[in-house]
Design a protein around this ligand. Structure first.
Ligand SMILES: Nc1nc2c(c(=O)[nH]1)N[C@H]1C(S)=C(S)[C@@H](COP(=O)(O)OP(=O)(O)OC[C@H]3O[C@@H](n4cnc5c(=O)[nH]c(N)nc54)[C@H](O)[C@@H]3O)O[C@H]1N2
Ligand SMILES: Nc1nc2c(c(=O)[nH]1)N[C@H]1C(S)=C(S)[C@@H](COP(=O)(O)OP(=O)(O)OC[C@H]3O[C@@H](n4cnc5c(=O)[nH]c(N)nc54)[C@H](O)[C@@H]3O)O[C@H]1N2
Ligand code: SF4
Ligand SMILES: [Mo]
Length: 764
């Protein structure tokens, strides 16, 4: 019997020899050094290791394909500007193993689907284009030319361009991303779902409305100079490790740090820079001054409690709010305060799950410090009320005048290395009209004005047969998206699914009637084109655009760059329908940058500025107190407490990353800081919740979520007692994406609410 799409989409329930330890209280250190060396030696060719470590994140080198944390503007460390997880990303990208047509001859699609995500990823780098004909059990080789024609034939056979969806994952460089969205718009649709839709979309929405720019306002220098940094809903030790070095500088300069998180994440507590022998001996720096174990989705309640106490003090004694800033730069204060007064402090604090002692410690710091930075990530953005979460923290910054001045502002910490740049250059299903007008002016065609499908809408459209071709530039759609069963069926309804990828992943196995895998170069590989080895560019989390250039020979001569793949598909599909010189762009990427300069604001002299060793900052209104909002001011907003209750024995579950994964790429089976070894199918629970359900540590349970009458199930998870607030639990993504309902998403931003899934736990 052939496997169904749904069976192939699920991560197999493999027996795991799980070992647990007490959670760590210190990040990096010797353990970090050991893990870095192990991964490098095990997976990277020895002759590549030195080259990689000497060039990663260095001026003139290549940008780490891991997260979007910025590199210092000033001198970079000679012993390397990378972290353990940057090396793990490289060990994945530049792994020794390679797979070609022979591999696919011996492994059927069903056979591959039975492997774990770890095994699939470690099968090796893809080296040649592969094609899965309708009804076939195995992929077979195909030439690039025929592959491009196949895509073109399918696209041109659609009755409406809106019947195709073009996904992007955030590793794609500015050059490839710009050409990709140009092709999609020239083809006639705005269906450009991207990983942002599942990530910081809520930040973009909230910040655009309140501050006039959907990006953060601070620079690394600001972070060093802040008096108080609040890290909320973020686990930097794992997901942005070099942020800990920046926070260490904040502390060295006298700054304080508050961490708001249901989990006492190790890196927030203490950090030992593995590159500093003295610190390795001394034991590192304590980072967090106040740890706030908020309940999952208790953040608005906590911020409201804080705002209420600040208001009380302001009304009693004055001097708490930055009244000059508020008067000159903001709008909506009166309405905001009137609404705030309808809330009761005790009720809010109770809803946040935070003790009065902890609250008072936070209150003291917020009251006495004038330069505040708030950093956040998925702990705030993946809830139904995600936009409110972020708007509420902006309210706090506005009251304190902590925006657009040194050492103060917003810091949404981005995920993928170029997710921010992709949006800047046009990967946006709802691009502003001004951008579309510029495209029209330069290229002479009218881009569709209609807003396209975001990720959730694309899945629905595929399910309902409204989208028939799915094209993915990077990423691992089926494992990243919510509601695995529904989404698998959606993808399998397509006539054609295409993935441009460096490595094999589960999305290549959950296919439409026909499927293509188009293998591309990784970041560290040299990109040879007619005019020589090409440079590309990326934008980091703080709006700095810098160059990235491969340094290693490509692992196969059959690989194309993402730019070349996009140009090949565009050329084959559009033929003479536009005047766009795809092949000219492919030969010389500096021409793509000239085009970006014409279409996107802030890129004046792009090619010249890119030669600056540290790159250049894009303009940022919020940074200089120019708020390009509807009111022309920074806006206070009114946000409600989240409206949800747990029934019977429900728990609220957050789906988080282990220390050994990059999204759906599983580097290994350990989560060192949380004391988890050799396993991923675990559920972290509070001991009282375990007892109350007559369960036991290490017991195997099935998890169920019920939403709008639909029951979803994920099987075979081991209970791990953990310091997590009562009624809360945590599991790893993507194993539990099957439990995340497609219809549970952030209002207006449509980010799947994968940090607040209501579940019940059932003994097997
Ligand atoms: N090594 C590595 N690096 C990565 C990634 C990776 O997978 N691996 N992924 C990249 C990507 S794309 C992204 S978006 C980022 C993700 O970076 P993070 O957002 O740090 O990643 P998550 O594991 O989702 O962690 C969310 C954190 O929020 C907390 N949290 C969950 N719910 C709540 C809540 O309701 N309130 C509060 N206050 N906290 C909450 C969790 O306990 C956890 O510490 O990292 C990027 N960098
Ligand atoms: N339940 C739950 N779901 C989540 C999240 C969560 O916290 N919880 N987080 C969400 C978030 S924040 C994000 S960003 C998404 C991530 O969603 P995606 O971006 O779709 O997923 P990734 O796992 O980052 O994609 C990895 C794949 O990209 C390909 N790849 C790697 N490098 C390159 C490259 O240079 N070029 C090309 N073309 N391909 C490459 C490889 O084949 C690899 O298998 O997942 C989301 N899903
Ligand atoms: S912090 Fe992020 S960008 Fe920097 S080296 Fe580590 S993974 Fe790479
Ligand atoms: Mo992300």
């Amino acid at each position: 019997m052939r496997k169904t799409a749904q069976e192939k989409a699920l991560t197999p329930e493999k027996e795991e020899q799980l070992k647990t330890k007490a959670p760590a209280t210190n990040a990096a250190g010797i353990g970090g050094l050991k893990a870095t060396a192990t991964h490098a030696l095990k997976y990277i060719k020895p002759e590549h290791i030195l080259k990689i470590t000497q060039n990663i994140n260095q001026k003139g080198g290549f940008d780490c394909p891991g997260c979007a944390w910025p590199d210092p503007d000033d001198d970079r460390s000679v012993i390397g500007e990378y972290c353990e997880n940057g090396i793990k990303a490289m060990a994945e990208d530049m792994q020794k193993e390679q797979i070609d047509a022979n591999f696919f001859k011996t492994h059927s699609v069903d056979g591959l689907a039975a492997l774990s995500d770890f095994e699939i990823g470690k099968s090796g780098r893809l080296t040649q284009p592969m094609y899965l004909p309708e009804g076939a059990t195995h992929y077979q080789s195909i030439s690039w030319e025929v592959a491009f024609k196949k895509v073109a034939t399918h696209l041109n056979a659609l009755t409406d361009p809106d019947e195709a969806a073009f996904y992007t994952s955030g590793r794609t460089t500015n050059e490839a991303a710009f050409l990709y969205q140009l092709f999609v718009r020239a083809f006639g649709t705005s269906n450009l779902p991207d990983c942002s839709n599942m990530c910081h979309e809520a930040s973009g929405k909230a910040l655009t409305e309140t501050l006039g720019i959907g990006k953060g306002s601070v620079t690394l220098e600001d972070l060093y100079k802040a008096e108080l940094v609040i890290v909320v809903g973020q686990n930097p030790a794992t997901n942005h490790p070099r942020m800990l070095s920046a926070l260490e500088k904040t502390k060295a300069n006298g700054g304080k740090i508050i961490s708001i998180n249901p989990l006492p994440e190790a890196g927030l507590m203490r950090f030992t820079d593995p590159k500093s022998p003295i610190k390795l001996i001394k034991g590192g720096t304590a980072l967090t001054d106040v740890f706030v174990p908020v309940t999952i989705n208790g953040d608005v309640a906590f911020f409201k409690a804080l705002l209420l106490k600040l208001l009380e003090k302001e009304e009693r004694e004055g001097g708490v709010f930055d009244t000059d800033f508020i008067k000159t730069h903001t709008s909506g204060l009166v309405e905001f305060l009137a609404d705030l007064k309808t809330y009761d402090f005790e009720t809010c604090l109770k809803a946040s799950g935070v003790s009065k002692t902890t609250f008072n410690a936070v209150f003291e710091l917020v009251l006495t410090k004038q330069k505040l930075i708030i950093c956040w990530a998925m702990g705030l953005t993946q809830h139904q009320n995600a936009v409110d979460n972020i708007r509420e923290l902006v309210n706090l910054l506005l009251l304190k005048g902590s925006i657009g001045k040194e050492g103060a502002g917003t810091c949404p910490v981005r995920g993928h290395s170029n997710v921010q740049g992709d949006r800047t250059v046009g990967i946006w299903e709802a691009a502003p009209q001004a951008f579309l007008d510029k495209i029209e002016k330069k290229y002479g065609f009218k881009p569709s004005k209609k807003h396209g499908y975001s990720v959730i809408e694309s899945i629905k459209a595929m399910y309902e047969n409204k989208v028939k071709v799915f094209f993915g530039l990077g990423g691992n759609f089926i494992s990243a998206v919510p509601d695995t069963m529904y989404s698998a069926e959606a993808l399998s309804n397509c006539n054609l699914t295409v993935h441009v990828s460096t490595k094999l992943n589960r999305s290549h196995l959950v296919t439409g009637k026909e499927a293509l895998i188009l293998p591309c170069l990784g970041r560290a590989e040299k990109d040879y084109q007619k005019t020589g080895v090409q440079t590309q560019s990326v934008e980091n989390s703080m709006g700095v655009v810098s160059s990235t250039k491969g340094i290693l020979e490509p692992c196969s001569t059959h690989l194309l760059s993402e730019v070349a793949v996009v140009c090949g598909v565009a050329h084959a599909t559009l033929q003479g329908r536009t005047q766009i010189d795809w092949l000219g762009y492919q030969e010389d990427y500096s021409k793509v940058r000239d085009a970006i300069e014409e279409v996107v604001a802030g890129f004046t002299n792009y090619n010249t500025k890119l030669e600056q060793p540290s790159g250049f900052y894009l303009p940022n209104g919020a940074r200089v107190r120019q708020f390009k909002t509807k009111t022309g001011k920074a806006n206070f907003t009114i946000n409600k407490l989240p409206d949800w209750t747990l029934h019977n024995d429900e728990l609220v579950m957050m789906t988080i990353r282990s220390h050994d994964q990059f999204n759906t790429t599983i580097y290994g089976l350990d989560d060192r800081y949380r004391g988890i070894f050799n396993g991923r199918r675990v559920i972290f629970m509070n001991v009282n919740d375990i007892k109350a359900r007559q369960l036991k540590p290490e017991q195997i349970v099935n998890l169920k979520s019920e939403f709008n009458g639909v029951v979803r199930e994920a099987k075979h998870f081991k209970i791990v007692p953990y310091p997590i607030p009562k009624n809360c639990c945590a599991t790893y993504f993507p194993e539990t994406n099957v439990l995340v309902p497609l219809d549970s998403f952030a209002h207006t931003a449509k980010t799947p609410a994968s940090k607040s899934v209501k579940i019940t736990v059932h003994p097997v």
